[in-house]
Design a protein around this ligand. Structure first.
Ligand code: NDP
Length: 530
């Protein structure tokens, strides 16, 4: 298992941030002038300027979205309104309709969706908003100031190789110690989160939208790496006719807002928005809720908190703690802690290496993760179930096996990439394909595609582990209630979709080497099935 201490630690001066082969000062100047030209063009919508590609060497193995139809763009961006409505609906279902989606649907078909949301949805409170602001400020300070090893990510389509300080484990520990200490000395009410859950959900939604809007605007006015931006239509560096301008704007703006334009937005050398957003505010909060609330919460709405807070609530209301909620909590804990112990591995995943920073990651990590990934514990806190011990033992075993597979597969890829192929997998020297690819500065690079161990079994065995784990988290609740199973279904859709888009990108990036890899490892997910 890789850990920050095992990572090859580099000093900042060792990091090669974009050294195009043969790049001269002249080239760099030309690029910078081109970038400024692009911004002027974008601001004034001058077709003549836009028709000339400011990045003639732009390659296509990044996000493949140039010139998509406006209808497809609008459809692809529909999660911008669908996901918040889903999260709010689930919030109301848990607090008002016994966690039953069928009761919620029956109610909205009688009374209408908006009246119900208006009556029972989360509301802004001063306390909730202030607390959430302090929470983000604390996490940003820890992210910025704590020491940690410097690791490099993957080379970007424009050729940048960025440095990241991975101090997440320390941030996680300090946050939890601080929280316990504040509660211990009576400064913070341990039941604060359950009591203010509605206000916190409202604040995290607002924060997610604001961050997405900031990311969108920043990409135009203050991009960190202009040549790593991706535009889906309007400002795509391709010639287009005046007639298509409106449809391009209509189509591209929602999609760019949703999927993001900048690949690695930063506000200083090491303050990377993606690493911060994806790891800190959402994931740390997930396990922070393990600190039990000892004060009785006052309304049903504020009770739908998470994990151990839910355990505490279950005990207060039902005078017992069902084994299922403890086991769900252990699996959640394992998953979150794994992320921080192996934070350097995360730099080589799709989230950091390939996905651009927009609503999908910003709102998703600020709001979707804390509200929707914890549904099982929220449900159990309110409505305990009693599956048999044998059932729980089998399902928990499947969950642990899923986690072991998830960690083992991810670890194999990480080791082979880190060691340049010089490592052993399952006791034998790693087998891999050396695949060449080009970045848009024209430089040629090489990467490694592992073909042995789990990566010889299927091309995405890590997803299989994750699917087993998420299914076990839902099954442990011991109910067929769709709300509880939502997480497993969501993960299945997300990961199958990821398989497909990752295959497209791999093929565009590595060409013949990717085809060779697919011939050698023919199965995407599960051998014999897909
Ligand atoms: P991977 O960690 O598998 O990363 C995919 C990338 O790895 C590819 O784009 C490619 O990048 C590289 N790669 C592909 N094949 C090989 C190979 N044979 N050898 C070496 N490198 C290869 O996928 P994800 O980032 O999607 O997922 C990481 C983990 O996070 C998974 O376990 C997943 O289940 C989990 N996850 C969890 C989510 C959640 O919400 N809970 C969401 C998403 C993922 P390159 O261009 O560098 O070659």
């Amino acid at each position: 298992m890789a850990s920050p201490s095992q990572t090859h630690t580099l000093s900042l001066t060792q990091i090669t941030d974009k050294k195009p082969s043969g790049a001269s000062c002249e080239n760099v100047e030309v690029k910078s002038i081109n970038a400024q030209l692009l911004m002027v063009a974008q601001a004034s919508l001058k077709l003549s300027l836009l028709a000339d590609s400011p990045f003639p060497g732009k390659i296509t193995w990044g996000r493949s979205s140039l010139r998509r139809s406006w209808l497809r763009s609008l459809f692809s961006a529909s999660p911008v309104w669908l996901a918040p409505l889903t999260a709010l609906s689930f919030f109301v279902t848990l607090s008002q309709y016994d966690g039953s989606l069928s009761k919620f649907v029956a109610a909205i078909s009688q009374e209408g969706f908006l009246p119900i949301l208006n009556a029972y949805g989360p509301r802004f409170t001063l306390k909730g908003t202030l607390a959430y602001t302090c929470w983000i400020a604390l996490q940003a300070t820890l992210f910025k100031c704590l020491p940690g090893p410097i690791n490099t990510g993957q080379r970007t389509p424009a050729g940048h190789l960025l440095a990241y300080r991975t101090n997440g484990l320390w941030a996680w520990v300090i946050t939890h110690v601080l929280y316990v200490a504040l509660c211990w000395f009576g400064i913070l009410d341990p039941g604060f989160v359950p009591r203010n859950w509605g206000g916190l959900v409202a604040a995290m939604n607002l924060a997610g939208f604001l961050l997405s809007a900031f990311a969108y605007a920043k990409a135009y006015v203050m991009p960190t790496h202009p040549d790593d931006r991706n535009f889906s239509g309007t400002f795509a560096p391709l010639p287009f006719s005046r007639l298509s301008l409106i449809t391009d704007i209509l189509g591209s703006a929602p999609f760019d807002f949703y999927m993001g334009i900048e690949l690695n937005p930063r506000i200083s050398e090491l303050f990377d928005f993606k690493l911060f957003t994806n790891g800190r505010p959402g994931l740390i909060a997930w396990t922070l809720m393990f600190v039990p609330s000892i004060s009785p919460p006052d309304t049903m709405l504020t009770l739908a908190c998470r994990d151990i807070s839910n355990i505490a609530y279950q005990y207060q209301i039902h005078h017992r703690v069902a084994p299922s909620i403890v086991l769900v909590t252990i699996l959640h804990f394992l998953y979150v802690l794994d992320f921080f112990v192996n934070e350097a591995w995360y730099l080589r995943t799709i989230d950091i290496a390939h996905d651009h920073f927009g609503f999908y990651l910003a709102w998703g990590c600020f709001t979707w993760v804390p509200t929707m990934y914890t549904l099982q514990a929220q449900y159990l806190g309110l409505y305990p179930t009693s599956p048999s011990t044998a059932y729980l033992a089998v399902v928990f075993g499947i969950g642990l096996a899923g986690y072991a597979l998830f960690r083992s597969v991810n670890d194999q890829k990480d080791r082979v990439r880190r060691s340049g192929g010089k490592c052993s997998i399952w006791g034998k020297p790693a087998e891999y394909i050396t695949a060449a690819y080009k970045t848009s500065d024209g430089a040629q690079h090489e990467s490694i595609l592992l073909c042995s161990g789990w990566w010889g079994w299927s091309r995405h065995a890590n997803y299989v582990g994750d699917l087993l784990l998420s299914t076990a988290m839902c099954a442990l609740v011991g109910t067929t209630e769709p709300l509880v199973w939502f997480y497993a279904v969501f993960m299945a859709v997300l990961l199958v979709h990821r398989c497909i888009r990752d295959e497209e990108r791999g093929s565009a990036k590595y060409g013949a080497s990717w085809e060779k890899y697919c011939r050698q490892v023919p199965w995407r997910l599960v051998p014999g099935i897909w």
